[in-house]
Design a protein around this ligand. Structure first.
Ligand code: BGC
Length: 766
């Protein structure tokens, strides 16, 4: 086929398939297989007493729970995907009839129930568990010796789940509890499948002897049902590991206390002690953990040997040999944690600093894994100046390393890294500091008092210099072809045209999230956006069905960066085939509370896993010249009143937890686009927050790409331009910008700086 010239796709929206022999790549078999593989790799085997799983061929099973039919492949809102089909759990079982014998009558009962609910207009979100008819239970009991219970959870953006009389999201509902009790009383072998976006209560099966096995199958995309069956039959061996801590109760999570305190703000008083950093460190909290971060079983066993840490002042290289000591092939995730000395700055007792997944190891086979990281990665941010203000510091003392299969069981290495004196690894600035955070948690469980009061904010004068307007008219293609430089091209734009370009443009083609660019006079194409993360979201009425991959948490549970990269690439190709240029993924907020409506879209409670996963995805996406959009920058960890809620966070927690994943991703994968969040950060909308965008993101991290708002936020467009938030989506507030220009509150230079970054993004596209 003739090579496409630049911007043919966004300009003419041709129907050019990208697969072999002119076949379509969108939801093609290979991508669907990839989705299935990711769902098996992302599932976590949490419990497996007496090797109940995998089930032997011919086992008779009865499946309980509406979730086997109303399977949740992903959550809702912009994070949803519309695939050609979703294979639910029951269908997955039916496809493997040669392996397991399912008691169909029970599943058909649930099928009918779910259909009835849909007919009555009940959504998956509000659907309660079905009652269990006694007669059916008796028949199931007579037929099957093994029971499988499916528990599902659904959530979506703009609303958090609750844990009160109206919603028992974290815990089993009364109906679910009744079902579990009835099933456990009637079956000797009980297996649980958790079809959930992120953490929910696990203590009900972990401590229940009547439940032998449990798999967190996550929200596994369009082939999730079949992937679950792959695991249950042993066609696949689980190799996923938790990316969140499973605690005994909702109240055990440190964020719970203040989660519903106010709709207007969230005080992040637990500070850096998020997830396992809290549970492993704070006295008395270890015991509250049901399954620790990083935990996950396999059908085989592994041993770790020859563990060493080679330390220089710059780098730590940990090596370990992993051997499959069981009798099935399997993969293991090697996790490396460090502990920094408790000094003037309080520290978590363990922090993840590296991981690697082995290849599939045959029984008896070994692999030596090397994980390296920089000593500077172990530094802490000193926001109060106890050593040196606004610096990352490696405090003097002994740094220890732990290697193993989860945060709790990781083995302490003999090799240490010792510093006789404090070392400043980076001198930064005090940016985005809180004015209203009065206290924060320390490692000993006490609270440190913090000063409150007005903080002086830095300003970042615009350095853009307008070029001379050329005599002849140049098109954007002339910039692409090197005939003219971008600044001279920009000099031709009228003020109105600049204003036009810093706002979103109407949608075209199959997009429903609008576009950017669109200035035919100068040949600027309109490039369209579309949502993610679990696949390319194209609205149902556009009649294009895309691959639904597992949700972000589920893929993160695979701890397989290559897999994430391949999925990023596959999704980007689906976007490209549909003439879409900008994929609004990955989403990189932190699982701070089990109730956040968007947890399924985010990776983990840990910024390192999140950052690495996001970087892998961005690399995959951008390898196809599709723009990746890393969102929501930052601290959008709660959905209630998300347009007005103020996230009140210390600078240290920002630097070490909430910005860390973004930093890793920006530095490692150079995303073309970052999306700011709806919320305020320490009193200022993130999109108007110059310290965040110019100070930290552009100046300190060297970010070169462009920045978009989230869609229809409540911030002020003029203030956004001044803060370096380049575009307002899905449309700009042109009248306000013109007024600000007239009143000389906003300069042409400031608009040009934003437009330049938008055009650089468009020029990067093919
Ligand atoms: C979400 C974004 C999404 C955008 C466009 C917003 O509501 O927060 O994540 O990309 O809509 O659909």
């Amino acid at each position: 086929m003739q090579k496409l010239t630049k911007w043919v796709r966004p300009t003419y929206l041709p129907c050019i398939p990208l697969g072999d022999n002119r076949s379509s790549i969108t939801a093609c078999d290979a991508h669907i297989q990839l989705s299935r593989q990711a769902a098996t790799e992302g599932a976590v085997l949490l419990k497996n007493e007496h090797h109940t799983l995998p089930l032997e061929k011919g086992t008779k099973v009865a499946i309980f729970g509406k979730g086997q039919i109303a399977y949740i492949n992903c959550g809702g809102g912009s994070g949803t995907v519309n695939p050609p089909y979703v294979r639910n759990i029951y269908e997955g079982f039916k496809m493997k009839k040669d392996k397991l014998d399912v008691f169909d009558a029970l599943s058909l009962y649930y099928e009918e129930y779910v259909e009835e609910q849909y007919k009555e207009g009940v959504s998956r979100k509000d659907m309660v568990e079905a009652p269990l008819p006694k007669e059916l239970l008796e028949r199931a009991k007579a037929y099957a010796d093994t029971a499988i219970i499916v528990i599902s959870r659904y959530s979506e953006e703009n609303v958090d789940r609750r844990n009160d009389g109206t919603d028992t999201y974290f815990y089993l509902s009364d109906m679910e509890q009744n079902m579990v009790q009835t099933v456990t009383e009637n079956f000797a072998n009980v297996i649980v499948l958790l079809n959930v976006g992120a953490m929910i209560d696990t203590s009900w099966f972990a401590y229940n002897k009547a439940i032998a096995s449990a798999i967190m199958i996550g929200q596994g995309g369009m082939e999730g049902g079949l992937a679950a069956e792959d695991l249950i039959t042993g066609d696949a061996n689980p190799s996923g590991k938790l990316v969140d801590t499973c605690a005994q109760s909702f109240d055990d999570y440190p964020s719970s206390e203040g989660f519903h305190e106010s709709d207007d703000y969230v005080k992040y008083t637990e500070d850096i002690f998020v997830g396992y950093r809290y549970f492993e460190t704070i006295p008395g909290k270890k015991e509250r953990v049901v399954y620790p971060f990083g935990y996950g079983l396999s059908y085989t066993t592994f041993t770790y040997s020859n563990m060493t840490a080679h330390c220089t002042s710059e780098t730590i290289v940990v090596s370990v040999t992993v051997t499959n000591t069981g009798n099935r092939a399997g993969k293991e995730v090697v996790q490396v944690y460090y502990s920094a000395p408790e000094g003037k700055l309080t520290k978590p007792s363990r922090e993840l600093c590296g991981f690697a997944k082995t290849k599939e190891l045959a029984p008896g086979e070994s692999e030596t894994i090397w994980v390296s990281f920089s000593t500077a990665d172990m530094a802490s941010f000193d926001d109060m100046g106890v050593i040196e203000k606004s610096c990352f510091v490696l405090e003097k003392g002994i740094y220890r390393f732990y290697v193993g299969c989860n945060v709790r069981e990781a083995i302490l290495l003999e090799d240490i890294f010792e510093l006789p004196e404090n070392v400043i690894t980076e001198r930064l600035h005090s940016y985005a500091a809180p004015e209203k955070l009065d206290k924060r948690l320390r490692a000993d469980g006490t609270y440190e008092e913090l000063p409150c009061g007005t903080v002086e904010r830095a300003s970042f004068p615009c350095t853009y210099k307008c070029a001379e307007k050329p005599e002849q008219t140049y098109m954007l293609l002339d910039v692409a072809n090197g005939k003219v430089d971008l600044d001279t091209f920009i000099a031709q734009l009228t003020d109105d045209e600049l204003v036009h370009l810093v706002g979103g443009q109407p949608r075209s083609g199959v997009s429903d999230t609008c576009g950017m660019g669109a200035l035919p006079r100068l040949g600027i194409p309109a490039v369209m956006t579309e949502d993610g993360p679990a696949g390319v979201r194209i609205c149902l009425d556009r009649c294009v069905r895309t691959t639904a991959f597992p949700v972000a948490t589920c893929i993160a549970q695979s701890w397989n960066l290559e897999l994430m990269e391949v999925i990023g690439r596959a999704g980007a190709l689906e976007a490209k085939e549909n003439n879409l240029s900008i994929w609004l993924t990955p989403a990189l907020n932190i699982h701070r509370s089990p109730l956040c409506g968007r947890n399924f879209e985010y990776f983990s409670e840990d910024p390192f896993v999140s950052g690495k996963m996001a970087a892998a995805k961005v690399k995959g996406i951008q390898s196809q010249n599709i723009v990746a959009t890393v969102k929501h920058f930052a601290c959008n960890n709660k959905e209630t009143n998300r347009h007005r809620s103020d996230s009140i966070v210390s600078e240290r927690a920002l630097r070490e937890i909430y910005l860390k994943g973004f930093e890793i991703c920006v530095k490692e994968a150079k995303p073309q686009m970052i999306m700011t969040a709806y919320n305020l950060l320490n009193g200022i909308y993130t999109s108007e927050n110059a310290e965040l965008l110019m100070g930290i993101l552009r100046n300190e991290w060297g970010y070169q790409g462009m920045i978009t708002t989230d869609w229809a936020n409540l911030a002020n467009h003029s203030a956004e331009v001044m803060a370096g938030n380049d575009i307002r989506m899905p449309e700009g507030t042109s009248w306000l910008l013109r007024q600000s220009l007239e009143e000389k509150k906003l300069t042409r230079e400031e608009l040009c700086a934003c437009v330049k970054r938008i055009l650089e993004m468009i020029l990067w596209l093919d």
